[in-house]
Design a binder for this molecule. Sequence first.
Ligand code: HEM
Length: 423
Amino acid sequence: GKRIPKDRGIDNSLKIMKEGYEYVPSRMKKFNTNIFETNVLGGKTAVVISGKNAAELFYDNDKTERKGTLPKRVVKTLFGKGAIHTTAGKTHLDRKALFMSLMTDENLAYLRKLTRNYWFQNIENMQYQRKVNVYNESTLLLTKIGLRWAGIVENPDNINKMADDMNKMIDSFSAIGSLYGGYREAKKARARVEQFLEDQIVATRKGKIHPEKGTALYEFSHWKDMNGKPMDARLCAIDLMNVIRPLVAINKFVSFGVLALHEFPGERIRVALNEDDYAYKFVQEVRRYYPFVPFLPGKAKENITFEGYKIKKDTMMVLDVYGTLHRDDLFSEPDRFNPYRFDVWDGSPFDLIPQGGGDYYTNHRCAGEWMTIIIMEETMKFFANEISYNVPPQDFTVDTTKFPGKVASGMDIEDIKVNIDRT
Ligand code: HEM
């Protein structure tokens, strides 16, 4: 085999934090390959792979191991101990089927309706505020939508706190490096929400509350695993949280999307008109274009050959997510925001991978990808068509050299009005 190009340095973790989303793509370019080696996390060797073949290899369960590869901090704050993300084999298949069983046409149509209604009902509130931060506003709204969709009734007096806790967990992602305080806060937030959800599950099991059949709360509470056993109440709460928290994380795509409506000429009117499913293509492009998930960790399950290079068994492998979304062999003129590119997209599970790739049932690909697209479609149609607003001067920067990716200002809008002239 050929020698894998190497980014020198005993531990490049700091360099990665400093260069953010650009670290991997710039090395791929420099070495002119789809693979390079680097040392991270105290000197561990990792092989980074990029592109369609890379995604195919990464989602081949015979070749790539995922279990035990997520950093401990990410598990403790973002996903929770024992979360589905950390499982493998039969246990993963069993529990993933539960998540996927929620994605019925009926449930997804309900989600679409909820999203539309919640935004619409929120107009008055946004008018009253005069200036609205889209990131913060969507955090609160998505928390409400998420709980409602999952069949959970929350005390309205506590919803702001709940939204804040969700945000702390999501943002713990940025605390992986240096912000130790953020990490502790995120763990406390997780403990509070886990306890609340566990109480809901216990109450459901005891018949004290009656969530509707088909909702996440009902189905998770009553689910029995392949051995006929119900899930431990805490673990059940953790998995239930893994439906609601990532749903709130769509706040990032919402603020990116509202930025795109503002920043790129013609987008707002095209989304409003929504001819030939334009809103769908717009949402796909938002998910491709803006920085969210940088990469995903795995491990070689056996000795592997990738494009002529040998990767030894047990080597840490990293799938380049952001870079793959910006490759010109997969997306022509990748740095141009162009929803029309999805007119001709073949739907490959290995190129548009902002929420992971491969198969929903047998791989770790995001269980909520359809939900994300639906929520985004309805939210973008709302901002493009149902209301009008001013966008005041602010910092629109999306800095790709910093984790996590975000609009610096969070996207402020003001003077919100109902758009009577709507298309
Ligand atoms: C897994 C991203 C929204 C539930 C994942 C993965 C990514 C991801 C990258 C891991 C893929 C892998 O390890 O191979 C995102 C992004 C979202 C989002 C960027 C948008 C904000 C959602 C939503 C749900 C959800 C709305 C609600 C159901 C899950 C679950 C998993 C997962 C349960 C674990 C799947 C498994 O281990 O098999 N997501 N996700 N996500 N996501 Fe999402």
